[in-house]
Design a protein around this ligand. Sequence first.
Ligand SMILES: [Zn+2]
Length: 456
Amino acid sequence: MILQQAQDLICKSRLKKSISSFLPSKRRKWKLYHNKGNLLRLAEPEKKRFQEEKFKNLLRQALNSSYYSGVLEKAGLNPDNAALEDLKKLPFLTKEIIRRQGDSLLAKSKSRLYQNASGGSTGEPIVFYQDKNYRDNVWATMMVILEMCGWYYGARIARIWGAPQDKRRFRTLRGRLIYFFQNTRFYDSFNMSEENMLKYHYDMTKHRPDIIICYASSVYLLAKLLKEKGLMPSYPSISINTSAETLLPHMRSTVTEVFGREIYDKYGSREISGIACECSAHRGLHVFEDNVILECLDPLTGEDVYEKPGELVVTDLNNLGMPFIRYRIGDMGVISRERCPCGRNTLMLKKVSGRITDNFYLKNGRIVHGEYFTHLFYGKRGIKNFRFIQNREDDFLLHIVKDTDYAEDCLKQIVCDIKKVIGENTVLKVEFKDKIPDTATGKYRFTVSKVKKGCL
Ligand SMILES: [Zn+2]
């Protein structure tokens, strides 16, 4: 407890904040952060002008990529004269194009970019690149999102999280130092057994976080367990920030009932982070229109739709290293032009559907988040697509669609990693397919568990 108090003192100190804002690596991020709050309140004409300038800049950079220079030429678009409406002249960017075009999408030298990869609960696994401008904006947006959730400088944060790259970072000395100075504790959402969840609960009871950042289903699982056991959490003191999955109404009500705190949902992906976040009015998610142009398109006509479900298509205005223009992110949603009473002047994302990940209930009592398995495929090149299915507690099936550069060793490693989690005494069959169909909802799912225990 003394150590925690000392950590609080350091994390909340003005000195730390001053040093942080003067560090050359942080100065630009802080500036972006201070601007972002104001950008959400710009009047319509200014907002449009701001977006258009960023859009033009994105197109200018895109000319450096061999793929996009061809696309722009075909569309007859000159970046200097482009208007926001010209976006519609450009074709969609799909995961398939990213896979096929690879480096020809890059607008900057690879040495200046950060590699990232995604699978997620939907879509196909892809490798892509992001630049410093994108990363700085992600940092600044995260600060604004936290602020919208009631965060203050130095507040204690608990992360119930599982992305392996984030976990790996946490285990390094540098990562530990970063999390120490962010006053953050980490809890593994890929290992939500009853025993572990109780450990997390007791640790958080001691640590008393102000804000919990988590996957929607992880905090829901924890809330359900605490309710069953009659345990009343005394944390967090401020709010809960969920992401990565659809926060269904029954999940929201259970979590709110158990923790007695408001939930703030946010929307983004590995490819394009910081798309939208909820404010305290809870009337939908504010779209960060300084980061993205978000379209919602009628699946039949391709026309813009408001107030009714459509396909979400995102243009990232920040990643100038590998432009994502009209990216089919793989989610359906509802966009509204209704204004929020909080005064922020943005489009509202009323609903996102399709981000559903199953939890896996294993014979050994562990509950593993479905994303654990999708993460095993991150950056693995010879596999075009896959689906991991749990038929019974000890019976699993892996469907694989091979890519042209398929190598058996890569699959062996994945199977070995899966076995470590599901246990050696289980059946894991691998079947090769030409194509894996969408699920009945029309939505592709990477992981499907047929073992239900009353959750989700
Ligand atoms: Zn609002």
